[in-house]
Design a protein around this ligand. Structure first.
Ligand code: SF4
Length: 492
């Protein structure tokens, strides 16, 4: 998973020439939860592109020593995580390629599913790629494309690309936001009102109208909030939005929309203060907890969340069930998510580093413990064990998502099916494995009821196996087909 941000700031926003880079870096801070392995920033001054990227958290990569040298009124930023041994500097983003016709930098969120086929389209083959990501391949294809400009190159190349791709693309003069036809990963457009703008000025979406406003693209609306930008609208599936200094954003459609936003973004991944599909995600998750209480009621003394991501659903569960809500686990905020640490050993170690039970709260009590997902089961097992050691009398686990049966090929790391506990164990077997007194998952219908949105808007493939875009995987025989021999690692 990755976070992307883009910014175009006219001269009225400052005179140092570093404002766009600073705004993009700040926006990216709000997206740190989407990737903690590397971060980077690319800027253009209208003439030349410059990229700085490195492994590490955003605060250590894009600090006050680096930002002053990244000058330009156009900027894109990216944070990334992967888990398959490709955490190397070369694979950090934005990518940069100086092609015969254009210079390009790209930040990508999502995974492509036809990487091998695309590699066949690249002149010179894999030896031309300095990194082993699908993003590097896409950047090379776009830089090579014999089209008049970047927008034309995108219009020609993007229809050949399959899978999940939310992009921020930077050339010398523009920042371009792109969402694949399914819109698997989110992207929103925001406006930074010009310092000199009259408050009465109409705020219409008018192609090519002159503007002194600044414009931003962000994976999540929380990124707009942190830089003080107002939300304008989502970039639509199959659309690119072109940001250019002095102009209102321009929309170009490169494919008909076939929406399938990743429902996991709403259940777990995105920040609770972000909005998607018109829903605030804290509220959506609270309602999922309420549905969960209806589907799988408990008789316990307390409802408690697995912090922090289980908190909204636990609040909803408590509200709907009338059982008091308490916090029974304290999270160390300065460790990463266990879900995205690189190895199973690290994950197992991570949960004890991360969580500590409040003995006074849990001792002698029957607990309903609410979390938003069980991926491998090891984290939940350790949480149940921690609570029992702290004196809990009963531990009833409730999950505000359906069981994850299938791997994701669109950019969330539930990739290895053999690691998904629900793929090989029944709910009762999972309950026994984690050591809980009972276990209940929210149904797909329950998720949809909480969202009050139709199934057709979302991808639910990891829950029901209905992949909106064909993947390099034989769902019938449950065998990987291309993964082992895939020549280019696929991580966005
Ligand atoms: Fe999201 Fe699951 Fe679909 Fe992947 S398979 S995009 S995690 S809903």
């Amino acid at each position: 998973m990755c976070g992307v941000f883009g910014a175009v700031l006219p001269a009225s926003f400052g005179t140092t020439g570093t404002e766009a880079g600073s705004v993009a870096a700040l926006g990216l801070f709000a997206l740190q939860h989407r990737g903690q392995e590397s971060a980077g920033l690319a800027v253009s001054d209208g003439d030349q592109l410059m990229v700085y990227k490195d492994l590490g958290l955003i605060s250590s990569v894009l600090d006050e020593r680096r930002l002053p040298s990244l000058r330009g009124h156009l900027a894109i930023a990216h944070c990334r995580y992967s888990t398959t041994g490709s955490t190397v500097w070369e694979n950090a983003q934005p990518t940069l390629r100086l092609g015969p016709r254009r210079a390009l930098a790209i930040g990508h969120n999502g995974n492509l599913v036809n990487t091998r086929e695309l590699l066949g389209h690249l002149r010179g083959g894999r030896s031309r790629l300095p990194a082993s990501t699908d993003t590097e391949l896409l950047t090379a294809l776009l830089a090579d494309e014999p089209a008049a400009d970047t927008v034309d190159a995108l219009v020609r190349v993007l229809p050949r690309i399959r899978g999940a791709f939310t992009l921020v693309v930077l050339d010398e003069r523009r920042v371009i936001g792109v969402r694949d036809p399914h819109g698997f990963r989110p992207l929103v457009l925001g406006r930074l009102p010009a310092p000199d703008r009259s408050p009465d000025r109409p705020r219409l979406w008018t192609d090519d109208a002159a503007t002194t406003d600044g414009w931003c693209l962000s994976s999540e609306t929380a990124g707009l909030d942190i830089v003080g930008a107002e939300y304008v609208r989502d970039v639509e599936p199959g659309e690119m939005v072109i940001l250019e200094e002095g102009h209102e954003p321009r929309s170009v459609r490169f494919a008909p929309p076939d929406p399938a936003l990743c429902v996991f973004e709403l259940i777990y991944f995105a920040r609770p203060d972000s909005y998607m599909e018109g829903r605030n995600l804290y509220e959506a998750r609270r309602r999922m907890g309420m549905e969960l209480a209806r589907e799988h009621p408990t008789r316990t003394d307390l409802v408690m969340p697995v912090p922090d991501t289980g908190a909204p659903a636990a609040a909803g569960f408590a509200e709907a069930s009338g059982i008091p809500y308490r916090e029974g686990l304290v999270r160390n905020r300065y460790t990463g998510r266990t879900f995205i640490q690189p190895s199973q050993t690290m994950r197992q170690r991570g949960v004890t580093i991360k969580l500590n039970p409040l003995r006074e709260v849990v001792r002698g009590r029957r607990l309903t413990v609410v979390d938003d997902s069980i991926v491998r089961g090891t984290t939940t097992k350790q949480i149940v064990s921690l609570l029992r050691k702290a004196g809990a009398e009963e531990v009833h686990v409730r999950i505000s998502a359906p069981p994850i049966y299938n791997p994701c090929f669109y950019g969330i790391d539930t990739q290895i099916e053999t690691e998904l506990i629900a793929a090989t164990k029944s709910v009762d077997e999972i309950r026994d494995f984690i050591g809980a007194d009972s276990l209940g998952y929210l149904s797909i219908a329950g998720v949809l009821a909480a969202l009050d949105l139709p199934y057709e808007r979302f991808c639910f493939a990891c829950f029901d196996g209905r992949y909106p875009e064909p993947v390099p995987y034989d769902v019938e025989s449950r065998k990987f087909m291309l993964e082992e021999e895939e020549p280019v690692a696929i991580r966005g």
